[in-house]
Write a protein of this length. Structure first.
Length: 367
């Protein structure tokens, strides 16, 4: 027990590395934007579409996809990422499995206590099903069958460190799922912190209730400790796409129809097979595209109509606010009131919706 406490104290400590000045906005870069996508991959979920957007845009050098448990177990997400990259002709992109469990022990076991407080969580992701033994031994094969390509024989945190050191101050990390891999990377190799260009998160609910509990959005609820570690790390730049803006961009049948119209492609066929039945059953069906907003921000920052800077934190104390995103304003005419150790981040709060959908649809319709 004493050894475990010492280990956790080391993991939860805040690194002393200082931030470096942020570079130009992504759209101003003269060379391809180097990105590592860290995702809890599903089959044509928002993580998958984010991967498609980044993999199909020539302005992006997608260095790899690191996989974390969240929406799915890491073994499932690894299989889905490999297979979907094959379907879009990008089997060259490395897929690297990472953390299979949240950082703190007993996270899944505590769900009973949370459900007693709030009722059954509407979505518990990986926790709702047994963990598979391997990426090629799932309860159900991926869409299109098991991948022919294999995952990288390396831990995701080590891959992140490797890429950042290879391309200092050039790599954007898109943390589209729980932040476990990112937290492990900066705790095991704090020297990479000033070498990361920026981190773009999908996570948190700041000015609205959470979508899993009254307090918390899914990604940061799944592993609050890792989200807190990552957000308190002094990266040069941090951008957060919260649930607040995601729920203002509904994905409807009209958007689906615009994607699948015309000559069929492997991506359109996948949309028809996996999403078509929901819209056929209920034309009024709609959902959201959460993580895809992170890719849109990188590809065209002008899709953002409103953003503001706040000091950001996550409540990692177990209780009614476990996983809650906390944002503290930055007023140049008043002294800062943020808790010690918190870092500023840019919160995306409003999009130019039509510009976003033009980008999203165009990339999904690409031959």
């Amino acid at each position: 027990m004493r050894a475990l406490v010492a280990l956790l104290a080391t993991v939860l400590a805040v690194p002393a590395a200082a931030p470096v000045p942020a570079g130009p906005p992504p759209a101003a870069a003269s060379r391809p934007l180097k990105v590592v996508l860290d995702a809890d991959m599903g089959e044509l979920n928002d993580d998958a579409v984010t991967m498609f957007m980044l993999a199909r845009d020539p302005r992006v050098d997608l260095l790899g996809v690191t996989v974390v448990s969240g929406n799915t177990w890491v073994e499932e997400g690894t299989a889905y990422a490999l297979r979907q990259l094959e379907l879009v002709g990008r089997a060259d992109v490395p897929v690297v499995p990472g953390a299979g469990e949240p950082l703190m022990p007993g996270r899944q076991e505590r769900l009973d206590a949370e459900n007693a407080l709030y009722g059954k969580a509407p979505w518990a992701g990986a926790f709702d099903s047994p963990r598979p033994p391997s990426y090629d031994r799932l309860a159900k094969p991926p869409y299109g069958g098991y991948p022919r390509t294999r995952p990288r024989a390396q831990a995701a945190a080590d891959f992140l460190v490797e890429q950042v050191k290879r391309y200092p101050r050039q790599v954007t990390v898109v943390a589209a799922g729980p932040a476990t891999n990112l937290a492990l990377a900066v705790r095991t190799h704090p020297e990479i912190v000033p070498l990361v260009k920026q981190v773009v998160y999908m996570g948190g609910a700041f000015d609205k209730p959470g979508n899993i509990t009254p307090a918390a959005e899914f990604n940061w609820w799944f592993d609050p400790e890792s989200a807190r570690i990552a957000l308190r790390t002094p990266f040069a730049k941090q951008v957060v796409v919260p649930d607040d803006v995601a729920v203002t961009v509904p994905y409807t049948k009209a958007r689906y129809d615009a994607i699948v119209a015309g000559r069929e492609t492997p991506v359109k066929r996948m949309f028809k097979d996996l999403q078509g039945p929901d819209f056929e059953k209920d034309p009024g069906h709609s959902t959201f595209v959460w993580d895809a907003i992170t890719a849109a921000y990188l590809l065209d920052p002008s899709v953002v109509a409103k953003a503001e800077t706040r000091y950001v934190d996550v409540d990692a104390a177990f209780g009614p606010d476990y996983g809650r995103a906390l944002g503290y304003g930055t007023d140049e005419f008043a002294p800062p009131r943020n808790p010690r150790g918190t870092r500023p981040a840019t919160l995306v709060l409003k999009l130019r919706n039509e510009r976003f959908w033009d980008l999203y649809t165009g990339l999904m319709r690409k031959p």
